[in-house]
Design a protein around this ligand. Structure first.
Ligand code: CP
Ligand code: NVA
Length: 304
């Protein structure tokens, strides 16, 4: 059966843990023996939104694994001229061994996966950003040993990255307190699915009290550019400041998927300060995604 990563919940608890363990292992042997699961194989990367980290980390990971990448954007492919996503899935499945897609609607990823006979990886949709949060959990575990029973605190927009953190709380057995302005809470269905893991508030202080990690993200995600000014007003009390960090445990980590807007969702003193692990999060995109690609190929019976 072809396995995909449409959201983190495509992985079982045991699988999610083993992907993280493998990511840590691949990182530690980065300069020694590299597995070559993609030798003489190619990977299609569809980007319908901009990217720096995701694009570069996947390209580097595929190259480490002996494969090559083909980048597609709507402007440069037939996707932009209305070729159905189901046809695109079948075409790419005949030509490449993996499909990685960053798009708007989660349903596009679902449809791609439904029609593809090779693994499809969600490289960000409006609803989820599972690859980011795999790397974030790897980062947390590397710094603190385990994510079990921790208190994570999310401050800001209840967006795609927040949704994947909620799923991670279930997979990795921790709780997450989420502080959002009213009307900007995470998707109610995602909260409901993971209800026992999530606490919602509109008070950043309350969310951050005694937290092990504080996480935030931009106030205006890709596709919300026209709301930027309005959101700056609505979110003005949701900046992660040094004062807010003090509500958390003294050794709490600070995380941000990047790109960041200093002075808005986070103050420079925090994101560039000693508790911030943002550069580890970036590097771990590479290792976590390599472990994920290897896992999906193996589970799909397509490991060379
Ligand atoms: N964090 C993240 O996914 O960054 P990019 O948009 O640069 O890929
Ligand atoms: N929430 C952000 C994440 C960027 C990596 C966005 O969707 O734009």
């Amino acid at each position: 059966m072809t396995r995909h990563l449409r959201s983190l919940l495509d992985l079982s608890v045991a699988e999610a843990q083993s992907v993280i363990e493998r990511a840590i292992e691949l990182k530690s042997t980065a300069l020694n023996v590299q597995p070559q699961p993609l030798q003489r194989r190619s990977v299609a990367l569809i980007f319908e939104k901009p990217s720096t980290r995701t694009r570069v980390s996947f390209a580097t990971g595929v190259s480490d694994f002996g494969g090559s990448c083909i980048f597609l954007s709507p402007e440069e492919s037939q996707l932009g001229r209305g070729e159905p996503i189901s046809d695109t899935a079948k075409v790419l499945s005949r030509l490449v061994d993996l499909i990685i897609i960053r798009t708007h609607a989660q349903t596009t990823i679902e449809e791609l996966a439904q029609n593809a006979s090779v693994p499809v990886i969600n490289a960000l949709s409006d609803l989820y950003h599972p690859c980011q949060v795999l790397a974030d959990i790897q980062t947390y575990i590397e710094h603190r040993g385990s994510a079990k029973d921790i208190k994570a605190a999310w401050v800001g927009d209840g967006n795609n990255v927040c949704h994947s953190w909620i799923n991670a709380a279930r997979l990795f057995d921790f709780h997450i307190s989420i502080a959002c302005p009213r009307g900007f809470e995470p998707d109610p269905q995602i909260i409901q699915t993971n209800g026992d893991r999530v606490r919602l508030t509109s008070e950043p202080n309350q969310a951050c009290d005694d937290a092990d990690v504080i996480i935030t993200d931009t106030w205006a995600s890709m596709g919300q550019e026209s709301e930027k000014r309005q959101r700056e007003k609505i979110f003005k009390d949701f900046t992660v400041t040094e004062m807010l960090m003090k509500r958390a445990k003294p050794d709490a980590l600070f995380m941000h998927c990047l790109p960041a807007y200093r002075g808005y969702e986070v103050d420079a003193e925090v994101i560039d300060g000693p508790q911030s692990v943002i550069w580890d999060e970036v590097e771990n995109r590479l290792h976590a995604q390599k472990a994920l690609m290897e896992f999906l190929l193996a589970e799909s019976g397509n490991l060379s």
